[in-house]
Write a protein that binds this ligand. Structure first.
Ligand code: SF4
Length: 402
């Protein structure tokens, strides 16, 4: 029996008809087809037909969390099929130590710190990079690390440091910047590296006592670089289905359908919903470049703690470009603020609205934790798209009173 409620139908009509393109051929080549309300309704109806019991699924990537929230997809799911949100927001998992180090480096007179924009508002222990910039330090926003190289070439008297964070998606470009700097013999460029890897985080979640997740949506952009062969071992070891998916509403609905079908049939395979961008082997050229410049290391994830072999750092032959070594910051540690429960949110153990500070003491204007800042943060997604019960349309979560 279909389990889609009237409220859910209204949501899909409201949220998808705005973008829905009708009477198109079934082949999906362009962006509109991935937001087609007819196809979305068909997927929701099929999901309701095949679901016979409750399932808990996790989307790893924060970009996918935002799509779920923005289009109300989690509200369309059959009763009992629950989405929990994973640790795949690069800004959110960057350790507090790294933020503090970046702030320390940026405060030096002869340094230009270059960073992705999202990192500027992430709270460090005492301040953030935006405040440091406002107080006169040279902090610049870039879309790629190659922009930092340009700044270094143009300013030979300044030390230029790029804050190189992120998952496997940003690692190839960061590796290329360091590789290129070495080839050119640039002496005033370095990188503060805090890269993280997805598969070890999934393994940690699956091995934890409180784990409720029975199926995973793997991040399509990470798999475009790395392929999905690494996920086959996880699916086998933990008997958990994994579906690689893109970032559009239909990508996610189809991935959820594929996961539920596997679970209902007792299967635990790796399937690829995002075949228009992802192959099993991934981008070997990008992987080789990463392997040349980076090596795998243990990495601390903000809120979560240290995960073995879950990060990448510069290889010893690139030590001259390693800001941690150049500025003597390798031993810096920091304590997380006690009020922020992002560790629970990032592991799917709590939802952002379970946090007592959500929308009251923690808002995008005054964030207590990184998940409220980042464009991929789960707390920011709930704040932006999910009004709490009883709050009229047009109101925002931040204006509610408790
Ligand atoms: S709402 Fe704010 S304080 Fe609560 S978990 Fe999210 S970022 Fe942390």
């Amino acid at each position: 029996m279909p389990m889609v409620t009237n409220g859910a139908r209204r949501t899909i009509e409201l949220k998808l008809d705005r973008r829905g393109v009708q009477d198109r051929p079934p082949a999906m080549k362009y962006i509109d087809e991935y937001r087609d309300s007819k196809l979305a309704r068909a997927a929701v109806d099929e999901l309701a037909r095949v679901t016979t019991k409750p399932w808990v699924l996790m989307e790893i990537c924060g970009g996918q969390t935002h799509t779920l929230m923005r289009y109300g997809i989690d509200e369309l799911l059959p009763a009992g099929v629950e989405m929990v949100h994973g640790p795949g927001c690069p800004v959110c998992v960057t350790p507090l130590e790294t933020v503090n180090k970046a702030i320390h480096i940026a405060s030096m007179k002869d340094v230009t710190l270059v960073s992705y924009g999202d990192m500027l508002r992430v709270p460090g222990s005492d301040t953030d990079l935006l405040r440091v910039k406002a107080s006169g330090s040279d902090v610049r926003i870039a879309y790629t690390p190659m922009e930092a190289l340009k700044i270094a070439r143009a300013n030979p008297n300044r030390r230029v440091v790029f804050l190189g964070i992120g998952f496997e998606t940003t690692a190839p470009a960061n590796a290329m910047a360091v590789y290129q700097a070495r080839r050119e013999g640039l002496k005033n460029f370095s990188m503060l590296v805090s890269h993280v890897l997805v598969p070890p985080a999934i393994r940690l979640l699956l091995g934890s006592n409180g784990n409720r997740v029975q199926g995973f949506i793997a991040p399509g952009h990470v798999c475009a670089v790395m392929g999905y062969w690494q996920y086959e071992e996880l699916a086998r070891d933990y008997h958990v289905p994994i579906v690689v998916a893109g970032f559009e509403p239909l990508d996610l609905l189809r991935a959820i359908l594929m996961l539920v079908k596997q679970l209902e049939q007792g299967r635990a395979d790796v399937e690829n919903e995002y075949s228009r961008s992802v192959t099993r082997e991934g981008n070997r050229t990008a992987q080789k470049l990463m392997e040349r410049v980076f090596e795998v290391c243990d990495r601390k994830w903000r809120g979560v703690g240290s995960i073995p072999a879950s990060g990448m750092r510069l290889r010893p032959e690139y030590a001259d470009f390693d800001a941690d070594k150049i500025f003597g910051l390798e031993e810096v540690t920091a304590e997380e603020p006690p009020e922020c429960i992002s560790a629970m949110v990032l592991q799917g153990l709590k939802k952002p609205i379970d946090c007592p500070a959500f929308g009251i003491r923690c808002t995008p204007e005054k964030p207590l934790g990184a998940p409220m800042v980042s464009a991929e943060g789960a707390c920011a997604a709930y704040y932006q798209y999910r009004r709490p019960l009883g709050v009229p349309e047009g109101d925002t979560a931040g204006e509610r009173k408790r």
